[in-house]
Design a protein around this ligand. Structure first.
Ligand code: ADP
Length: 630
């Protein structure tokens, strides 16, 4: 895969510092109460779950074998009962009580931990989408939607799992290991040493695993991003794929990307195969050794170098607690998994958030209001440049200089790739000029807010996107406050009313991804209605090159003419017949304006425009000559 494909992301990802700390600082802090409640309840639940084995041991020694007093750590003897029956029923109460308490604490803890995790993730998702959306077009030109989707989906769920489970599981781990160790030491310090000697071994083993697995996780995360990009790309180009019969080729590309992901996943799993059973083995070892040493101790007195006594009750408590040790410690690998995943994921989330927005409101930007519609290009030069300073940019617009008075129509004509679309994008400030300035009513577009600038400009482009929703919703995208009557009036002005009325649910018909499919001409008319409703002072038209029937074309042309009547209009035209009435025609070639004037003036100049005109009205030779001579 092209190594430059993920450069924009990797660069910012690499410079994210302590991503998880940042996650807590930025998004965890407002929810700290839920977090704290969850932690406290978690600790209480785990602690109360340690009581039954402890009480069971005490009861065995005092009630059943009957040769010791009923004792519990930290509880004064005066508080405890001293007859067998009372001790028995007391034990029953404590055991039942602690099960109930564990249940209640676990329930509250679950609610608190889930609430914390999901509230944080809601904020992260919304925030990262909001920032991503504001990135300038340069970012989206690189077609990184697949990777962005993977960040907003996969990485967000990784973080969710981490916040929800891993954090609480590590708290449980700490409580269990420390609590169990304390009880064991209190019961029999020597045997405790035998049981617990594996614990540091487990931690060291885990440390090794974390070091080894981290780089593999980073790889894995990046390949899933690439796989998603591949899938997304092949799907959005499905029409091309089908029409060129390249299904097999696309399948093989997806197979390659998927295989790479498979390999990276297996690389992670290979370490897991080693780590998980290793942990189980160590835990099993602790259990076996405790059983052997404790068992020998009970029926033949302190073995080998051990000394002192071990009661059967203490031994039972030990065995129960040793088993309790296995689960949380074996969880360590899950916690590590989730931690590593979350670290990589939060790096990606913040990497996305840290991509600088190159086109944004200046701190002192003013609102552009009561727009008259004077448009001015003052010696504008521009080059696409995906990354600042990577040097492979080529000037697309060079020293372009023109003015349109309010209400005037300026047509841009010229060969494909000449830079016409780029020119109008500079007016919308989708990109920033390199030299010169674009002005609206005398204000540099960089000095006004993007919202007010773009609100003042209506854009009817080549392909018309319809959102999933009703026709009325789609028209209202031009002005969310419009009444139903205004929507209908706009549709009438766009000559869309008749075909809309003919649809099954009229204006309430669903369109877009999951709705009815409209023809190119119909979509375009909806987009014109949208712009009518927006009522902008300035209009940008990028004439559709796709063929529509003559009748539709005439209807569209009529409504566009109507729309353009009192507005300053920049129209990119492919069919010169549509611009013969323009106040000014600019002929663009290789980024420069090579001719300008009205239709008649340009015909008289007998240059590129005249040649284009002749070609469209029948004679192609003059055009070939014009295009090849310079
Ligand atoms: P026109 O509208 O006249 O057909 P464009 O403005 O679309 O021309 O394109 C002008 C030049 O800029 C072309 O060489 C094109 O390859 C290049 N170009 C257009 N869009 C981008 C982009 N997003 N990134 C890099 N280069 C681009």
């Amino acid at each position: 895969m092209d190594p430059s494909e993920d450069s924009a992301f990797d660069q910012y990802r690499a410079s994210v510092d302590k991503p998880l700390a940042r996650l807590f600082r930025t998004y965890g802090r407002p929810e700290w109460r839920w977090f704290a409640l969850g932690m406290v309840m978690n600790v209480l639940a785990r602690t109360s779950s340690l009581l039954p084995p402890l009480v069971l041991g005490a009861a065995i020694d005092s009630v059943f074998t009957g040769n010791a007093a009923f004792v519990l750590p930290g509880v004064p003897a005066a508080w405890l009962p001293n007859t067998d029956a009372a001790e028995f029923w007391f034990s029953v109460q404590v055991i039942v009580g602690s099960f109930v308490a564990t249940g209640v604490f676990t329930w509250v803890y679950g609610v608190a931990a889930n609430t914390f995790a999901h509230r944080v993730m809601h904020a992260v998702r919304t925030d990262s989408f909001e920032r991503m959306q504001r990135l300038d077009m340069t970012f989206f030109d690189d077609k990184q939607t697949g990777e962005v989707m993977s960040i907003l989906n996969n990485d967000a769920s990784n973080l969710e799992v981490f916040l929800d489970n891993a954090l609480q599981n590590s708290a449980r781990l700490v409580v269990m290991v420390l609590g169990i160790a304390a009880i064991m030491v209190w019961l029999n310090a020597q045997l405790a040493l035998v049981t617990l000697v594996v614990v540091p071994g487990m931690f060291l083993f885990t440390l090794w695993f974390m070091r080894a697995v981290e780089p593999r996780y980073v790889e894995q995360r990046s390949t899933i991003g690439k796989l998603n990009t591949r899938l997304e790309n092949s799907l959005s180009g499905i029409e091309l794929v089908k029409s060129t019969g390249t299904e097999d080729y696309e399948t093989s590309r997806v197979r390659d990307a998927s295989y790479r992901y498979y390999q990276d996943t297996m690389a992670v799993l290979k370490l897991n195969y080693f780590y998980r059973p290793g942990m189980e083995l160590l835990a099993g070892l602790a259990f076996a050794v405790t059983f052997i040493v404790g068992g020998l101790w009970i029926f033949s007195g302190a073995p080998w170098f051990f000394s002192g006594s071990l009661s059967p009750g203490a031994f039972v408590t030990f065995i129960f607690l040793t088993q309790r040790l296995v689960t949380p410690l074996a969880e360590v690998s899950n916690i590590v998994d989730q931690y590593e995943n979350a670290k990589a994921s939060s790096e990606r989330v913040f990497g996305l958030m840290d991509i600088p927005v190159r086109v944004q409101d200046e701190p002192d930007a003013t609102e552009l209001d009561a727009v008259e519609g004077r448009v001015e290009y003052d010696d504008v030069t521009f080059a696409y440049d995906s990354e600042p300073g990577d040097g492979d940019s080529e000037t697309v617009v060079e020293n372009v200089d023109f003015e349109a008075d309010p209400g005037e129509t300026v047509a841009l004509v010229g060969p494909t790739g000449a830079g016409k679309s780029t020119l109008v994008k500079l007016l919308l400030r989708l990109y920033e000029v390199n030299e010169g300035a674009v002005r609206v009513d005398g204000h540099d577009v960089r000095d006004v807010t993007l919202d007010s600038l773009r609100g003042a400009i209506g854009y009817v482009g080549q392909d018309t996107f319809l959102f999933d929703g009703t026709i009325a919703d789609n028209i209202r995208y031009g002005n969310f406050d419009a009444t139903d009557d205004e929507v209908v009036a706009a549709a009438k002005a766009a000559e869309a009313h008749t075909f809309i009325e003919d649809l099954s649910d009229g204006y309430e018909t669903r369109v877009g991804e999951r709705g009815v499919k409209l023809s190119g001409g119909q979509r375009q008319r909806i987009s014109i209605a949208r712009t009518v409703l927006q009522d902008p002072a300035i209009l940008v038209l990028d004439e559709a090159t796709s063929a529509v029937d003559t009748e539709t074309e005439l209807a569209i042309q009529r409504s566009l003419d109507e729309l353009a009547r009192d507005r300053t209009t920049l129209a990119i035209a492919h069919r010169l017949s549509t611009v013969t009435d323009a106040d000014q025609i600019l002929v663009v070639k290789a980024g420069r304006i090579v001719e300008r004037g009205t239709h008649d003036e340009l015909l008289q100049q007998d240059g590129l425009y005249a040649a284009l005109w002749q070609a469209q009205t029948g004679d192609r030779d003059a055009l070939e000559a014009e295009l090849t001579d310079g």
